[in-house]
Design a protein around this ligand. Structure first.
Ligand SMILES: Cc1cc2nc3c(=O)[nH]c(=O)nc-3n(C[C@H](O)[C@H](O)[C@H](O)COP(=O)(O)O)c2cc1C
Length: 257
């Protein structure tokens, strides 16, 4: 069975049942058809729908049930616009310092500085976010997509095991619940650009960030202006499957072929 036939929920098998070869059930359909939405209607989301989405986050599992998260809701267009301005200022400064493609001088000299920074900040300067930041700096792509609402996820450092995992699970619960309600979402890792902003202490105060909480991620949300079909491509995933004796080599299950 291929992932991706967007059949809605009509004719879906009921939840809590399984038969070999059956179609995707409504929960699986929501998982497979959720997409990151980067274009939103301006009208605000009703508070009730945001509350339901938050509840899905609140009920996420976490190590030792330590619930290592706080969620901060922003529905003020003014505040989201301020965050956009501050994040963009940081991106422009980064790119001014690190974009080595703009001139001969930069390709010859600045490239070494950029390589050094890439080593120091390998995750921030991973090629995909780096390319996205170039587009942002050129004004081609916004950071928060002018969404009417945002949920900022804070991580409690005291959480059991790895609290980042708990935050991720809570966030995924929320984006899945949102999609099931027709609300579009997009994770915004770039919210952490604000940590480099000259207004960072102001944001810390406004978002209530202080020990033991730290800024983890954000999710923007709103009514989508368009329905996105299909999926972003995923790599074929080889899953070793140990099904025989302890010394036998695993069978490789190839997902996505
Ligand atoms: C932790 C996390 C952070 C992300 N940050 C951003 C971001 O800052 N900006 C953005 O446009 N997309 C962001 N995304 C969305 C991913 O680009 C997207 O999930 C991925 O390309 C797969 O596409 P899909 O969500 O439509 O399936 C983020 C996703 C995750 C899980």
């Amino acid at each position: 069975m291929t992932v991706g036939s967007d059949q809605g929920t009509q004719g879906c098998p009921p939840l809590g049942t399984y038969q070999e070869g059956m179609d995707w059930n409504p929960v699986e359909n929501v998982i497979f058809h959720r997409r990151s939405i980067r274009s939103y209607r301006k009208d605000p989301l009703p508070p009730g729908v945001i509350r339901r989405i938050l509840e899905a986050g609140r009920f996420a599992p976490s190590a030792g049930n330590s619930q290592p998260w706080l969620f901060v809701v922003i529905t003020s267009p003014e505040i989201i616009a301020q965050m956009e301005r501050d994040a963009l200022r940081v991106v422009r400064t980064f790119m001014f310092l690190m974009d080595y493609t703009r001139s001969w001088f930069r390709r010859t000299f600045v490239v070494h500085f950029t390589k050094l920074m890439t080593r120091i900040f390998p995750r921030l300067l991973h090629p995909v976010p780096f390319a996205a930041m170039m587009q942002m700096a050129r004004g081609e792509v916004p950071v928060f997509f002018e969404a009417p609402a945002m949920i900022v996820l804070l991580k409690d450092r005291r959480g059991a095991a790895d609290p980042s995992l708990g935050v991720g699970i809570a966030g995924q619960n929320m984006v899945i619940a949102a999609h099931s309600l027709g609300v579009g979402t997009c994770w915004i890792g770039f919210v952490r650009l604000l940590c480099w902003s000259r207004n960072w202490f102001k944001w810390k105060r406004r978002l209530g960030i202080g020990y033991p909480y730290e800024l983890a991620e954000a999710i923007v949300l709103g009514w989508p202006t368009e329905r996105r079909h299909g999926q972003s491509p995923r790599e074929v995933l080889e899953v070793p499957w140990l099904e025989h004796g302890a010394d036998d080599a695993p069978r490789l299950e190839r997902l996505g072929e």
